[in-house]
Write a protein that binds this ligand. Structure first.
Ligand code: 2BA
Length: 107
């Protein structure tokens, strides 16, 4: 058995956990914070049989693809005026750890 820890953006966490649940996987979601950006992200925990790990990774990947989005940004000028312009940002993606499970107990 394996334990999968997947860190995904908050925006993708609902669709990732829905896809996993629909496919019969048990999922736990933790609200976490990235150490570098200090922004919120979501850590998804899935315990599953060894042969199903690839399916879990595929489902996570399909719902959290790295993509480019255009978001509005503003620049201020000395004269007290602000201009709005679009900037491209990278969002999504997943960081996945797969760990061996020594024991799995449900009481
Ligand atoms: P990613 O590498 O896609 O990582 C996204 C989030 O996944 C991280 O958020 C962190 O919460 C988790 N994570 C990634 N690798 C990990 C690991 N080896 N162990 C534990 N958790 C891990 P943040 O720490 O806020 O980082 C956000 C993004 O900033 C990263 O995206 C990466 O592109 C960049 N980054 C992170 N650390 C950096 C560093 N020391 N120097 C430069 N850029 C860094």
């Amino acid at each position: 058995m394996k334990l999968i820890l997947a860190i995904v953006s908050n925006d993708d966490s609902s669709s990732v956990s829905s896809a996993l649940t629909k496919n019969g996987f048990s999922v736990t979601r933790l609200a976490t914070t990235g150490g570098f950006l200090r922004a919120g992200n979501t850590t998804i925990i899935v315990g599953t049989e060894d042969e199903k790990v690839d399916h879990v990774i595929e489902l996570i990947g399909s719902e959290s693809k790295r993509r480019t989005e255009i978001v509005p940004s503003t620049a201020s000028y000395d004269i007290g005026r602000y201009a709005s312009f679009p900037v491209e940002v990278q969002v999504g993606g997943a960081t996945i750890f797969v760990l061996d499970v020594e024991q799995f107990i449900k009481l």
